[in-house]
Design a protein around this ligand. Structure first.
Ligand code: MG
Ligand code: ZN
Length: 226
């Protein structure tokens, strides 16, 4: 008797962050927005991936961006210059975004005219994966100059991601990057995650990534117009 009472109580307790993430999920659902949490170390190319994706999106998929940074508006200005609605979140020193930050950011975006929302997390491969934001997908971006050992050294973020992007693939030969070792590392911690080997600079591999991303979006929020 006591045991059957205790279990539901434990299940009902969500962390404060998880409660707000759930609220964000409802806000996004109400506006039919599909949201992607983009995580990477600094300089791997999160902003570049967002811009490369924007270049390959069909016109009926409208983009919005939340830019997370410890300080500055540099990336947000780059996104705004591309004509994409963007909100900058400065974490004031915190090394990750959390659900309350996203809740505030969402109030500043024209959600009724956004179909696909990128949340660019703070550049850091450790704690961003620990905080639910209410987004539909987690994506981790690694890049060739960082080396092929990232999935081995930072398994947490790779385990919690739905897809892995390897950016700067045009540099694979220059850096003697071991693509097989990288793929093995990903497969070890997250065997179901697709790996997109691409270059935001040359656009190589970007169409394949965008096709996959749109399929994920369509599964949650089908487009109403062709
Ligand atoms: Mg950036
Ligand atoms: Zn952190």
């Amino acid at each position: 008797m006591t045991r059957t009472r205790e279990i539901p109580v434990v299940q009902a307790i969500l962390s404060a962050n998880e409660q707000v993430a759930e609220e964000n999920r409802r806000t996004l659902a109400r506006h039919q927005v599909f949201a992607v949490n983009v995580m990477a170390s600094p300089g791997a190319g999160k902003t570049s991936l967002i811009l490369a994706t924007a270049r390959h999106l069909p016109a009926n998929v409208r983009l919005g961006v939340v830019e997370g940074d410890v300080a500055s508006r540099i990336d947000a200005e780059t996104i705004a210059a591309a004509g994409i609605p963007v909100v900058q979140v400065n974490t004031g020193g915190a090394c990750h975004l959390d659900a309350p930050m996203i809740r505030s950011a969402l109030t500043h975006l024209p959600l009724e005219t956004v179909d696909l929302l990128f949340v660019e997390n703070v550049g850091n491969l450790i704690c961003p994966a620990e905080f639910a934001l209410g987004t539909h997908l987690n994506v981790v971006v690694a890049s060739v100059p960082e080396g092929h050992d990232k999935p081995y050294k930072y398994p947490g973020v790779f385990t919690r991601s739905h897809a892995v992007v390897l950016n700067k693939a045009d540099m694979i030969d220059v850096f003697a990057f071991d693509l097989d070792a990288f793929r093995r590392g990903v497969a070890m911690v997250n065997p179901h995650a697709p790996v997109f080997v691409l270059s935001c600079k040359t656009d190589m591999g970007v169409p394949e990534w965008v096709r996959w991303l749109l399929a994920q979006k369509e599964a949650v929020h089908p487009s109403t117009t062709p």
